[in-house]
Write a protein that binds this ligand. Structure first.
Ligand SMILES: *Cc1c(COP(=O)(O)O)cnc(C)c1O
Length: 390
């Protein structure tokens, strides 16, 4: 344990040590009670507030009452309940695809899918800023990886050309990037994948429920559903509960049932979670006003920070970073906001490159306009007091 103590001390010395923060209570309006103080939660992925929606909670309770607290087995053994079947059908309809498969988490969907689809002798082309679970899937797959600079299509095309006759080629991208809040150039990626005979896999974790007329994500918003081969997403963010998924061609889903180890060797998602997902999917489709509110408030937020001369790194969504730079100043910015009732996280290396530490804000449709406009004022004033922006 002495070796671990030393490593932790080294992290501390570089302002890189992470600690768990207890949330004592989850409150309405997108607020939490932490360390005895009620704070506006600007760090949550519960973008539509559905984790607290009484209809979603009731559906989870009803599913538990009917089916039990757990599924009892993995999907291929005897854990594939009629509930899983029904929710996957609803999900495929929501995504506009032939079929869909649910994994226990989004992390497991990524790890299981990449490692099933490609292997040694194949090449994966991955945007540098893709989520860690994509990189873990790549590592597990044993395929060669070509990381291209963030959204750099010229470099990607060059790498595709150089990869030549590789057995299988997979282009993978987040649709909304979780650290910068910007969007993938999806139409161009689709054109490249067609030109070079590659597959295109899109992780819509932060876009599901948020983008598109029905909330299906960026591919839906851009009319590119058919161009994307592998649609990945999670129920753990805007959908408010837990679980990951892949949607696409029936053959893709059948193949994953047979080859995705994180699907095969893990217990089926609990019935209560399926109940929550089923209800949340209906609300997402039927209540577009939630994402419209989120979009409008996000625009106001970005506008006010930009007007204050802050660097929001090209954010186009409800995820809005403010670049600070050094780790200790970033921690100080977050701590000052904390003291004023705002909960926001400092993102430091290795999540972001050295010298590019930032505080990331994410908004929720559960939050009141007044609370959000006050938050913007506090952020701008605090940044100014610290000499950030102009
Ligand atoms: C959060 C996230 C995941 C992981 O999803 P979980 O359901 O939390 O495991 C995967 N990909 C991206 C882009 C994410 O942001």
């Amino acid at each position: 344990m002495d070796a671990l103590t030393k490593e932790l001390a080294a992290l501390d010395a570089r302002s890189l040590r992470r600690r768990l923060q207890v949330v004592d209570e989850v409150l309405p309006g997108g607020k939490v009670r932490v360390a005895g103080q009620v704070r506006l939660n600007l760090s949550s992925n519960d973008y539509l507030g559905l984790s607290q929606d009484p209809r979603v909670i009731a559906a989870a309770q009803a599913a538990a009452a009917k089916w039990g607290a757990g599924a009892g087995a993995s999907r291929l053994v005897v854990g594939h309940l009629a509930l899983h079947e029904a929710v996957e059908a609803r999900l495929a309809d929501f995504k506009g695809t032939e079929a869909a498969v649910i994994f226990p988490t989004g992390y497991m969907a990524n790890v299981g899918t990449s490692s099933a689809l490609v292997g040694p002798g194949d090449v994966i082309f991955s945007d540098r800023l893709n989520h860690a679970s994509i990189y873990d899937g790549i590592k597990l797959s044993g395929a060669a990886v070509q990381r291209f600079p963030h959204r750099d299509l010229n470099r990607l095309e060059q790498l595709l050309r150089e990869a030549g006759a590789a057995r299988r080629r997979l282009i993978v991208t987040d649709s909304v990037f979780s650290v910068d809040g910007d969007l993938a150039p999806l139409a161009d990626l689709a054109a490249l994948k067609a030109r070079y005979g590659a597959w295109l896999m899109v992780d819509e974790a932060h876009a599901t429920g948020v983008l598109g007329a029905k909330g299906g994500g960026l591919a839906e918003a851009l009319g590119l559903t058919r161009e994307v081969d592998i649609h990945l997403g999670t129920f753990s963010k805007a959908l408010g509960s837990q679980g990951g998924f892949v949607a696409g061609d029936r053959r893709l889903v059948d193949y994953l049932h047979n080859r995705a180890r994180s699907f095969i060797y893990s217990t089926a998602l609990a019935p209560m979670v399926l109940g929550a997902i089923d209800q949340a999917l209906q609300i997402v489709v039927q209540e577009p006003e939630r994402r419209l509110f989120l979009r409008r408030e996000s625009e106001n937020f970005r506008q006010d920070l930009l007007s204050a001369g802050l660097d929001i790194l090209g954010s186009e969504t409800q995820i809005i970073p403010v670049l600070v730079g050094e780790n200790d100043r970033t921690l100080e910015f977050a701590a000052r906001l904390m003291d004023q009732g705002l909960m926001a996280v400092a993102l430091r290396p290795p999540t972001v490159p050295p010298g590019r530490a930032r505080v990331r804000f994410s908004l929720s449709a559960a939050q009141a306009e007044d609370d959000l406009s006050r938050a913007r004022e506090v952020i701008v004033a605090t940044a100014r007091a610290m000499g950030l922006g102009s």
